[in-house]
Ligand binder design. Structure first.
Ligand code: SF4
Length: 333
């Protein structure tokens, strides 16, 4: 899907913003789309490496069916090369070794497993869902017919064509806005910032897909006051104040181990920056016991959803409004 033949048996892929022009016999940057005799094939359609129910809060999606379970699937591969990847065993291994793991699980089996395990949605997650769009699309349409929602947890590197392609069946997305500098994206992820900004703005303004964003704070890399202010301003002005922003604590892993975990003071400062910029819903993640996991009414400050880790302890939102002051609380409740 989302490719066309080009001169000299090349394949022009336009699924993600890398827009690889792939010679015959080669694969794209993601390692999972290969040109064989002028035809681009998805190599991971029948290679599912993960299929489990998860709390929707783990994605994280906090304003979308809170307290529900989401059947979470992934295949191998990724179009980014993040040095701090949490799931590098499944996202980067195929890039490094060329070897695929995973088993053939059909969209029918995935949808049935989701229903049987009491899930309200299917999450395409753990690795980048854009690069298993064929499987996500078949699954997503079937899920919709069966009353389930579909959510992406994504690096936001889709092309506009890919977003339009998914917009009929995709209900929500959490986009990683990893930093607000081109240098960071180029150096640590082997990608560019601008396509991610374009995706966030496009989804917010042109689709009905519910949007939340996440920033993993890396000490001394993306946590300066100036950069976070620009990031938060971008979210407020280009997406809007109602879309939640998650700020996540970093722990050293994969190739990025020469660092300390994000200091709590940096997280707190980022939280304040987001609120001062005008974002109505800012959350801290990977900080057990933090009060900033809760949802507060942006108008009167009333506690609306109390969370303990990934569990929802209480939810007072009624008819999408605050029971105390009647303010409309944005989300898909
Ligand atoms: S999906 Fe893969 S092949 Fe297509 S443009 Fe992105 S990295 Fe290249």
């Amino acid at each position: 899907m989302l490719w066309e033949q080009a001169q000299g048996k090349k394949a022009q892929c336009f699924l993600c913003a890398h827009r690889c022009l792939i010679p015959d016999g080669k694969a794209g940057i993601c390692a999972v789309r290969r040109n064989i005799a002028g035809v681009l094939y998805s190599l991971n359609y029948d290679k599912v490496v993960s299929a489990n129910p998860d709390p929707i809060e783990k994605k994280p999606l906090f304003h979308f069916q809170p307290g529900s379970k989401s059947f979470s699937i992934a295949t191998m591969g990724c179009n980014f090369r993040c040095e701090f990847c949490q799931n590098w065993q499944i996202s980067q291994a195929v890039v490094e070794t060329g070897e695929f793991a995973g088993e053939a699980i059909s969209p029918e089996q995935i949808v049935n497993a989701a229903i049987q395990s009491g899930c309200k949605s299917i999450a395409y997650t753990y690795t980048e869902p854009t690069i298993f769009m064929e499987l996500a699309s078949d699954c997503g349409k079937l899920a919709k017919q069966n009353g389930l929602k579909n959510v992406f947890v994504s690096n936001g590197y889709q092309t506009k064509e890919a977003i339009d392609f998914a917009a009929d069946w995709l209900d929500a997305i959490n986009v990683d806005l990893k930093a607000f500098s081109e240098d960071y994206y180029r150096r640590l992820c082997k990608a560019k910032l601008q396509p991610v900004l374009d995706t966030i703005e496009y989804i917010a303004k042109n689709t009905n897909i519910w949007l939340e964003t996440t920033t993993l704070l890396l000490p001394d890399e993306n946590d300066s006051e100036e950069e976070l202010k620009r990031l938060a301003d971008f979210l407020v002005t280009k997406a809007g104040p109602d879309f939640p922003w998650h700020i996540s604590r970093f722990y050293p892993q994969y190739k990025y181990t020469d660092s300390v975990p994000t200091p709590p003071a940096s997280l707190q400062r980022a939280y304040e920056i987001g609120k001062q910029a005008g974002l109505r819903y800012v959350y801290l993640g990977n900080v057990p016991g933090s009060k900033q996991e809760n949802t507060f009414c942006y108008k009167c400050g009333h506690t609306l959803i109390e969370r303990i880790g990934y569990n929802v302890a209480s939810n007072k939102i009624k008819n999408s409004t605050c029971p105390d002051c009647g303010a409309q609380i944005a989300g898909r409740w």
